[in-house]
Design a protein around this ligand. Structure first.
Ligand code: SF4
Length: 248
């Protein structure tokens, strides 16, 4: 390709990137008060996002993740074990480039043993689709794996003992981007007591991995006006995954 063709291609790529960002921003402005999120057509299949990795590396990820689950076992390390129906370990692809971390299982999650399956789960699914991804392509887990009574916030001692497994999950998967959903996840991963409204909208790193903090879907259901802010956070995730700024 000669120099003028290369320049033309660069301009086309830039225009396409600007238009894509503009489309996202305009969509964000339409979010106030609506129940569901629009679907974004995938810009790239997941294999394009995580370049072909050797099969043995993928197998290592899978086996490390299953080692973590085996180590957790029928855990009774904190008081939350006494009220649970199921441990909710996590769900999704061991090759996920994007991991969502929530607070802990609620009623539906405890019953089904899967994270984010209630109304908040439906909204999270819509957020994932808005990123041009399928739920099966990401990984979803929580800071604590057993439901706190009456959905209360987990206590610091419960978070301390259970979050070691979250850290092991993230280490096994090695995502390119982490999204903390709500104050508990954001504060645990960043080891801070700063409020979620001050943590979101800024770039953070968790052990070298870009970390975006946003509102928990359950909070967004109660406060739909905040969806526009959450949309900006998704825009940042989208940018990190597609711009090559997140580590591969
Ligand atoms: S919340 Fe975590 S540490 Fe506590 S019993 Fe459940 S799995 Fe174990």
């Amino acid at each position: 390709m000669d120099k003028s063709n290369k320049n033309e291609q660069a301009v086309r790529n830039e225009m396409s990137s600007v238009l894509s960002r503009l489309r996202w921003l305009l969509t964000g402005f339409r979010l106030y008060g609506i129940e569901d999120w629009p679907v974004t057509q995938p810009e790239a299949a997941v294999d394009d996002l995580r370049p072909e990795e050797p099969e043995d590396l993928a197998r290592d990820r899978e086996s490390s993740l299953s080692d973590v689950q085996n180590a957790l076992g029928d855990c009774r390390r904190c008081r939350l074990h006494s009220g649970r129906t199921h441990i909710v370990f996590g769900q999704g692809s061991h090759r996920a480039q994007l991991v969502f971390v929530g607070e802990g299982p609620g009623f539906d999650e405890d019953r089904q043993g899967q994270p984010f399956v209630g109304r908040a789960g439906k909204l999270l699914n819509a957020m994932i689709r808005a990123l041009g991804l399928q739920r099966e392509e990401v990984y979803i887990c929580n800071v604590v794996k057993c439901r706190p009574p009456d959905n209360r916030t987990p206590n610091p001692d419960e978070i301390e003992v259970c979050s070691q497994f979250l850290i092991q999950q993230l280490t096994a998967i090695q995502p390119r981007v982490i999204c903390a959903l709500g104050a508990c996840a954001a504060q645990t991963l960043l080891d801070t007591s700063v409020s979620i409204s001050r943590l979101r909208g800024k770039a953070h790193l968790w052990r070298g991995v870009p970390l975006i903090c946003t509102y928990h879907p359950a909070y967004l259901l109660r406060n739909p006006a905040q969806k526009a802010s959450a949309w900006q956070d998704l825009l940042q995730i989208h940018h990190l995954l597609h711009s090559g700024q997140a580590p591969r």
